[in-house]
Design a binder for this molecule. Sequence first.
Ligand code: ATR
Length: 279
Amino acid sequence: MGFQFELIGFPIKHSISPWIHEQFFKRSKLQGTYIKNEIDLEADFAERIMNMKAKEIDGFNITVPYKQKIIPFLDELDVIAQKMGAVNTVVNRNGIWKGYNTDGRGYLRSLESKFSNFGHDKSIRILILGAGGAARGIFCAFTEERFMHIDIANRTMASAEDIAMLATDDTTTKILSLEEAEQSINQYDLIIQTTSVGMKPRTDQSIISLEGLNKPVIVSDIVYQPLKTNFLMQAEAACAQIHFGHTMLLYQAQLAFEIWTGQRVSTENMDEELQLILE
Ligand code: ATR
């Protein structure tokens, strides 16, 4: 019968995850299924989760709006998921359900796959724009990897402060307003846009202007619809190296598949295929 994996959330009709995992099954030669299990009524959540326990499902991804709500149903929590207070991947090991969060680590992997030297120098200066769930995941993964300088800029500075509290002793973090971030943009080596600003249909928007950017830098945007956001276009015009948001999806899924099956499947050529599907 093979592995049984599911995706829980609402709405998930347009999720690309089943396609990605179908490729992973083919590439790994493992047998299994990955199906969408949409839970549209929050009132049904507990019962539906208990049904999954009874079915002895091997693993599942969990997305909005249930990333926190699943935690009381788990037996164990990975350290990053615990720090984040949010889970996106659950594995069933002999009836023990363990929760992970692959958002941040998946994002880091996507950078490492694109920029081969990435991660060697922990003293690079990093700027995270935004302070929502995605920013939190990315911040935790970078601090876990002992990057030394990670600043956070957000419209609501208090939310950025909350994330900064998760820093380990190795990391120094400054909180900035978006205006301050724009003014000090040339202090950074890596700039990561984690908000939904610039997402379809409001594609003309950009969280800050990159007009003042005048040094070689990596600029990354986690928005993937459109693939090339206004923010990335500005970065390209300033001769920055750009990093696309859809690759985060791919590596998050690669990590989840690895947690479930123990196999790290190659993502070769999948980036291009995914771009065609998303375009
Ligand atoms: P996610 O969990 O997907 O990261 P989220 O928690 O809703 O999403 O976070 C959204 C982020 O986008 C926040 O940093 C939010 O800023 P605030 O904390 O000030 O709300 C940011 N954001 C959303 N719309 C924005 C806008 N129009 N201008 C500036 N920041 C915006």
